[in-house]
Design a protein around this ligand. Structure first.
Ligand code: PRX
Length: 654
């Protein structure tokens, strides 16, 4: 059969499958773990049992949940444990030191096999290295690294000594790193000489120096030698990672820490320009990720090879590249590079080579692969896969069906997992092999999790669309926003009271009780499963000297789920041209990162505002998506909309 015939057959098959509403669990798949969602009974006891059976405690907890001061909940508060011990020492002590923790695959095809014993040895040395720099319990350590094994070592070393890591996604600009280090008072930063991407190298240390060189609170910068890119080192402040390791004592016992000791901060976008420092703590977070990684992915650590294709700089990487898999003693694949380098089949080559059994990725990636065509996965033997998953954004049925058919070979259950940076771990997902799936629905909450849909007044909605909330605390929930308890209360617990967590998403519940996530109800944009704030992008744009005003909205995008549209008014009488578009996009990339660049820039003489001067984004969204305009009667100057519409029409004619 020619490849165009095969593509035609696949297309016809997907069209046929679009009519199927519910997929029963694949017959050949037998779930490994027993859990009865209806038998949870007392959720507190349920979570205590998970914490006791899945985790090693130095001091077992007696108190399960302290809910006396909502929304500041504490889990397992009188217990003590260490996350790095749970991820490393306990497996090595049980005789599994030679088990592979990571098959690391570099962008140029380099391979490194890292066992649990290797990881423990390097983590102990680096933990001692950090101590020698004066880093101790409660100190914040920034981590700005690409997808190299040292990123895992750095995180675990912090956890080992009670330092709090603050990882910044490697794709962010150095100025975003500065902001995150500044607001968290980071004492040290672990970074790299250079980072590779598709055959090119970016001089990371040089950029870090240019932006963070004068940050007084940052006492030390540790630099991993990765690419050999020239990296100026400042005497007394900067130190090479390998030299620090070589000088360090090889033994560093894991420190028993209170269950509520902070484990990490991860900055995420909210509805203002200032990123939110989401704080996770030790015992509850580890319980949540260990439980969900085992149950949702039907994990057998002895036989499975798990691969989460996210970047470690996002919560998905924290929970399902690092902490969940390591705590469970699993073997993972860690891949440094892009999905289309050296060719568009690299992911499937890795699945074949490492015999990956569980694969976890984002709907955007699936849509991209679908666009590239089935001929790339078809080059490889994907029969090792037994379960596949998605995260980060709603998946459209066509992409789900392609994933099911082409990647899953129609035999793998798909877990569409809904969760957030704030929730720490998966909250809503099918139980593989048990829950019948409907393409596009994350199905039902996991045992122990209590979501609800409410209307504007907070009244419960049984069926239909509403605001998604969580009505009971859960162990892996965020504890606060770092050094900003007020914003924490205001953002998540003011609308419906201190006991109801406001998710920020709208969702629909169908007649079978299945949940369908619709999207954000705040000014957060989801581009390729990455969360960005409209306000943050706006403030980056208006920081350009030629810009008078800007408003940013999301528009639906076939490839990336949503994309960024910026309405921009230039200063003076200037009318923007193509060069201005390129310059503004570049400007945003430098201030935030490439992922925040607007896909479309629309030049506006004025922006639609209410009489009180508030920009009416709803109307801008209507314009961006070519919809009939909503109510314009509250506008200060309705003529603005006519002018904008005229502009869009003229652009379409060009
Ligand atoms: O809108 C939801 C969407 O991603 C948001 C959380 O983003 P972030 O904190 O960056 O974490 C992403 C990875 C856990 C949610 O509020 N989202 C996440 N997963 C799904 C989803 N939307 C629909 N379906 C999902 N499975």
């Amino acid at each position: 059969m020619s490849s165009s015939e095969a593509a035609g057959n696949l297309e016809a098959k997907l069209e046929r499958l679009l009519a199927v509403e519910t997929f029963d669990p694949p017959a050949g798949f037998t779930p490994r773990h027993q859990v009865d969602p209806d038998a949870v009974g007392d959720p507190e006891q349920f979570w205590a049992e998970q914490a006791r059976t899945l985790i090693d405690w130095d001091t077992p907890f007696v108190k399960i949940l302290d809910d006396t001061n909502p929304p500041f909940y504490q889990w397992f508060g009188d217990g003590q444990l260490n996350v790095s011990h749970n991820c490393l020492d306990r497996h090595v002590a049980a005789g599994r030191g030679d088990k592979v923790a990571y098959h690391w695959h570099g962008e140029e095809g380099e391979r490194r096999t890292i066992t649990y014993a290797d990881l423990l040895a390097e983590t102990q040395r680096f933990a001692n290295g950090l101590k020698s720099l004066g880093v101790g319990r409660g100190d914040v350590v920034g981590i700005f690294l690409p997808m190299i094994p040292e990123v895992v070592v750095a995180m675990l070393a912090c956890a080992r000594i009670g330092a709090v890591h603050n990882v910044v996604f490697g794709g962010f600009a150095a100025s975003a790193v500065r902001e995150r280090m500044e607001v968290s008072d980071a004492k040290a930063l672990v970074t790299v000489d250079g980072a590779r991407r598709k055959g090119k190298t970016a001089p990371v240390k040089q950029s870090v120096d240019a932006e963070l060189g004068d940050l007084a609170t940052l006492e030390h910068i540790v630099v991993v030698r990765s690419t050999g890119t020239p990296a100026p080192m400042l005497d007394g402040r900067d130190v090479w990672y390998d030299e620090l390791l070589a000088a360090a004592d090889p033994v560093c016992p894991a420190e028993p820490l209170a269950a509520e000791h902070p484990l990490f901060i991860l900055y995420s976008s909210g509805s203002t320009a200032k990123p939110k420092g989401i704080l996770h703590t030790t015992g509850g977070y580890l319980t949540g990720v260990t439980y969900t990684h085992r149950l949702v992915f039907d994990l057998d650590p002895a036989t499975d090879v798990f691969w989460c294709s996210a970047d470690v700089g996002w919560i998905t990487g924290h929970s399902y590249i690092v902490y969940g898999p390591l705590s469970n003693g699993a073997t993972s694949v860690m891949y440094e590079g892009a999905p289309d380098y050296p060719d568009k089949d690299i992911w499937w080559q890795l699945v074949e080579e490492y015999k990956v059994t569980i694969f976890y990725t984002a709907p955007t990636a699936i849509r991209t692969c679908m666009k590239w065509g089935a001929r790339y996965p078809d080059r490889h033997d994907l029969s090792s896969l037994r379960l596949i998953g998605t995260v980060g954004e709603p998946i459209n049925p066509k992409a789900w069906l392609w994933y099911h058919t082409v990647i899953g070979g129609e035999r793998c259950p798909i877990v569409d997992t809904w969760w957030q940076t704030e929730t720490g771990a998966i909250m809503i997902s099918p139980l593989p092999g048990r829950t019948p799936t409907k393409p596009g629905s994350a199905t039902r909450p996991l045992p122990g999790i209590s979501p609800a849909l409410v209307d504007e007044e907070g009244k419960p909605i049984e069926e239909g669309t509403g605001i998604l909330v969580i009505t009971r605390p859960w162990p892996s929930m965020l504890r606060t926003l770092y050094r900003d308890d007020e914003r924490f209360k205001e953002t998540y617990f003011s609308r419906f009271g201190p006991e109801t967590y406001l998710v920020g998403d709208a969702a629909r519940r169908d007649a079978d009780g299945y949940l369908w996530i619709i999207g954000r109800i705040d000014d957060v944009i989801n581009v390729s499963g990455h969360r960005l704030s409209t306000a943050e992008v706006e403030s980056a744009i208006v920081a350009h000297e030629g810009v008078a005003e800007a408003a940013v909205v999301a528009q639906a995008d076939e490839d990336t789920g949503q994309s960024i549209v910026a309405f921009v008014t230039l200063s003076g009488d200037r009318v923007g041209d193509d060069a201005d578009v390129a310059e503004l996009r570049d400007h945003v990339a430098k201030r935030i990162g490439k992922l925040a660049r607007p896909k479309r820039i629309i030049w506006a003489d004025d922006l639609p505002k209410t009489r009180s001067g508030k920009i009416m984004r709803r109307l801008l969204r209507d314009i961006a998506e070519g919809r009939e305009l909503g109510d314009v009667t509250t506008l200060r100057d309705p003529g603005v909309m006519a002018a904008l519409q005229g502009k869009i029409a003229a652009a379409a004619d060009d």
